[in-house]
Design a protein around this ligand. Structure first.
Ligand code: PAF
Length: 284
């Protein structure tokens, strides 16, 4: 695996690959790689001739009081895992390489319709930071396919919309949520869950599945379901951020006759904010 820190070297290497007729798959990450990231890389490998992963802890998508400084940086380990599964290239730029004019002066990309609800309501500016850096990474890598995890459902929906709106020539692929045996979605932030909390940390997933089953059983009192699920999370000792029964495409609150529904939630543990979602199709 070749490791790059500079945009020029990525462009040179991928330029050669493309000139040789190879297709490029891309998995953008912030590192601290676990099995869910590796599954995205495997997925990219199945569809493309060469695969590049980026590791960049993008300060632009973190709020002032968020965990940018605490975010685990585990480059050596990450590189070893990627090498082991046959990743071709790893791009780990310094902040100055990505934001040479500083972050305040950075041109921004905003997807207004979906960026300020759900996670965006609790994390103002977060998705603007994501869409800005992902646009930059797409311009650097120019991938044929980019793979994003469904665990970050809102991020995936926003990126799909951004690519459509800006006519970016990349196919966005979704990678399934990878879960621990008890249902907890794998996340780099799971390392912040305390040993006492861990046995109950799958509560978000349990409550989302409880809502899903209730809808499949015919309930359409979405407001009541949302507040009952939040109560379950509180009873397990966590602070719910939001729990929302949403239209899978628009992320607006689901209407009673919507057929494609996603139930999304976020909750706070002592030191982490965890997110998860489950989708369902309803026959009306
Ligand atoms: O999902 C992530 O890890 C990040 O939001 C991403 C897409 C790499 C952008 O920084």
């Amino acid at each position: 695996m070749e490791l790059f820190h500079h945009i020029k070297s990525v462009r040179d290497a991928l330029g050669k690959a493309r000139a040789a007729g190879k297709t490029v798959g891309f998995v953008p990450t912030m590192g601290n790689l676990h099995n869910a990231h590796l599954a995205l890389v495997q997925q990219a490998k199945q569809h493309c001739d060469v695969v590049i992963v980026s590791i960049f802890v993008n300060r632009l998508q973190f709020g002032l009081n968020e965990d940018w400084d605490k975010y685990p940086r585990t480059l050596q380990n990450d590189a070893a895992k990627l090498r082991e599964i046959g990743c071709d290239y790893l791009f780990c730029p310094e902040e100055g390489e990505v934001y040479p004019n500083g972050m305040d002066a950075q041109t921004r990309v905003i997807v207004p319709s979906m960026a300020n609800v759900l996670c965006g309501a609790s994390r103002p500016g977060h998705f603007e930071g994501v869409t800005t850096v992902v646009t930059k990474l797409f311009n650097i890598v120019q991938p044929d396919i980019a793979v994003f995890g469904i665990k970050d459902y809102q991020q995936l929906a926003i990126i799909r919309r951004m690519v459509e709106d800006l006519c970016i020539p990349v196919e966005i692929m979704a990678g399934d949520i990878v879960r621990e045996a008890d249902g907890l979605a794998m996340s780099s932030r799971n390392g912040f869950i305390t040993a006492q909390e861990r046995p109950r940390a799958n509560q978000l997933n349990q409550s989302l599945n409880w809502v899903k089953q209730a809808i499949l059983d015919g309930r359409r009192d979405f407001d009541v379901l949302e507040s009952e699920a939040k109560k379950q999370i509180e009873m397990a000792g966590f602070r719910p951020d939001y729990l929302s029964i949403s239209n899978s495409k628009t992320l607006e609150p689901a209407a009673n006759d919507d057929t494609d529904i996603t139930v999304l939630g976020a909750m706070y543990t002592e030191a982490a904010r965890l997110i998860d979602n489950v989708s369902l199709s309803v026959v009306n």
